[in-house]
Design a binder for this molecule. Structure first.
Ligand code: FAD
Length: 462
């Protein structure tokens, strides 16, 4: 056996699994395979000057490499069971929260100390939201910021690199199940550069590995279920309009049920004084956002997503495919992400370069001015417009003409893999964690799932 444990994917799920394994059992042989680059080599070529938009790199530095999709993220660790995944359904609510706090302690010990932990507990905004037909979800939020998040990852890597073997730029192509003489299953991990065997395998390939996961689950006959897709826009407006909320809560997760369709629309990934960025998932360019902890790197704008969930089952069940088609449409019309002023959307006209340059809100992402009503289905667009008017009641100015909407933002969820309460597949010793498993969709849940599985494995070696 080449390794006791092989981890596929060095995002938060894989990193915290490796951390917990190597910290508690130094004799374990751990190998980590990552299709992207090591942290110091991760660099998105978009510089706003020579390269203005996504050029579709072979390995997207935003999504792949040590740190995973989280490396240049805002580093918001939401400590809650209310959103960010359904880990609690497998391991229980208390354990899930305990592990999220444990991850927070590791982050604090590795460069995150001094960052703020926000909480919605006892906030007056709960009442204000309720009075306006909005629901504020409960959470504690540690905001590391893109800069500190990077430092934490650097520190974790410097500890891990001597305790585990890292293989960067090494996508795993296949996993084969083998059987020992005693009938015990073990695994062969196949890459372009070689094949490696292990007795335990943790698959943590995140959203960028969603297509690969589908293939692997088919090959290994692991049952899966389709998951939802979230579709919407990223809103950008002057930071002052949301400052009363963001100064106290940093991130407010607010849900609204629309009057027309009774659909739920929610705010997602709020970035006070942040920047809007491109995201490239499997060649499709969508929008996202982040912000820095360092005031010098902050902007005058706040951004957040407004998302509507769609889940298809019969006869069409490819929810992600549906989201992809909508994103492709925006890529087709705008060459990437489209930006539109709210006032133009309401008046049924395209935003053009002139209207955008006259706008009081200066965009932080260079996107093509266009018309989102040609991209988003009517129902989703109506939901978003209603939500903007609802938010205008608690943050007046949200529905201003110059509020910018970037589209599309799509949250692809991996299909849900059939796992037991140990996050183990039907094959003994083959675990699937993080966003790739469909169980989580956040930094805190993905990291916690890594620690959980590491402890399961440590117990077997005790
Ligand atoms: C711009 C941005 C901002 C975000 N901000 C936040 C935030 O503030 N808070 C929050 O909670 N979440 C945020 N997220 C989401 C968060 O990053 C993810 O939920 C989290 O990273 C999931 O962790 P993971 O380990 O499951 O997967 P990932 O982080 O996606 O890591 C998976 C890794 O596996 C690798 N991989 C894939 N396939 C293979 C293969 N076949 N072989 C080898 N390696 C493979 C990938 O290259 C990747 O590095 C953000 C995401 C983005 C893109």
């Amino acid at each position: 056996m080449d390794y006791d444990v092989i981890i596929i994917g060095a995002g938060p799920g894989g990193i915290y699994a490796a951390y917990e394994l190597t910290r508690n059992n130094s004799s374990l042989r751990v190998g980590v395979f990552e299709s992207g680059h090591e942290l110091s080599k991760r660099k998105c070529p978009i510089d706003g000057v020579k390269v203005k938009s996504c050029i579709g790199c072979k390995s997207c530095s935003i999504m792949s490499g040590f740190g995973g999709a989280g490396a240049f993220s805002d580093g918001k660790y939401n400590i809650t069971n209310d959103f960010g995944g359904t880990l609690f359904e497998y391991i229980g609510k208390e354990e899930a929260l305990r592990l999220m706090h444990y991850v927070d302690d590791i982050n604090m010990a590795n460069g995150g100390a001094g960052t703020k932990l926000y909480t919605t507990a006892n906030t007056r905004f709960k009442t204000i939201c309720s009075q306006n037909k909005l629901q504020l979800l409960d959470a504690s939020v540690r905001h590391l910021g893109t800069d500190k998040n990077y430092v934490v990852l650097e520190n974790l890597y410097s500890q891990l690199k001597d305790k585990a073997d890292f293989f960067f730029d090494t996508p795993v192509r296949h996993i084969e199940i083998l059987q020992g003489d005693d009938g015990t299953e073990y695994y062969k991990v196949i890459t372009d550069d070689g094949e490696y065997t292990c007795s335990r395998c943790i698959v943590s390939v995140g959203r960028s590995g969603s297509k690969w996961m589908e293939q692997i689950c088919k090959e290994l006959q692991i049952p899966t279920e389709s998951n939802r897709v979230d579709i919407g826009v990223r809103v950008e407006l002057p930071a002052e309009l949301f400052a009363h909320l963001t100064d106290e809560l940093y991130e407010s997760k607010i849900v609204y049920r629309t009057e027309t369709f009774e659909d739920k629309v929610r705010t997602f990934c709020m970035n006070p004084r942040g920047s809007v960025v491109n995201e490239n998932t499997n060649g499709i360019v969508t929008v996202n956002g982040h912000s820095y902890e360092d005031p010098e790197r902050q902007t005058g704008n706040t951004n957040f997503a407004l998302l509507v969930s769609k889940h298809f089952s019969v006869p069409f069940k490819d929810s992600n495919g549906y989201g992809e088609s909508i994103a492709r449409l925006s890529n087709m019309l705008g060459g990437g992400v489209i930006v539109q002023r709210f006032g133009d959307l309401i008046r049924g006209r395209r935003t053009n370069h002139k209207r955008l340059s006259d706008s009081f809100v200066i965009p932080t992402l260079k996107a093509e001015p266009g018309d989102l009503s040609l991209v988003l289905p009517k129902r989703i667009l109506d939901d978003i417009i209603e939500m903007i008017y609802a938010l205008d009641k608690i943050a007046p100015g949200t529905a201003n003409d110059d509020t910018l909407l970037y589209g599309v933002e799509v949250k692809f969820y991996n299909m849900e893999v059939k796992l037991d309460e140990h996050l183990e597949t039907e094959h003994k010793g083959l675990y699937m964690i993080g966003d790739g498993s469909g169980v989580t969709h956040s930094l805190s849940h993905a990291s916690a799932s890594g620690v959980f599985v590491a402890r399961e494995i440590l117990g077997q070696y005790a």
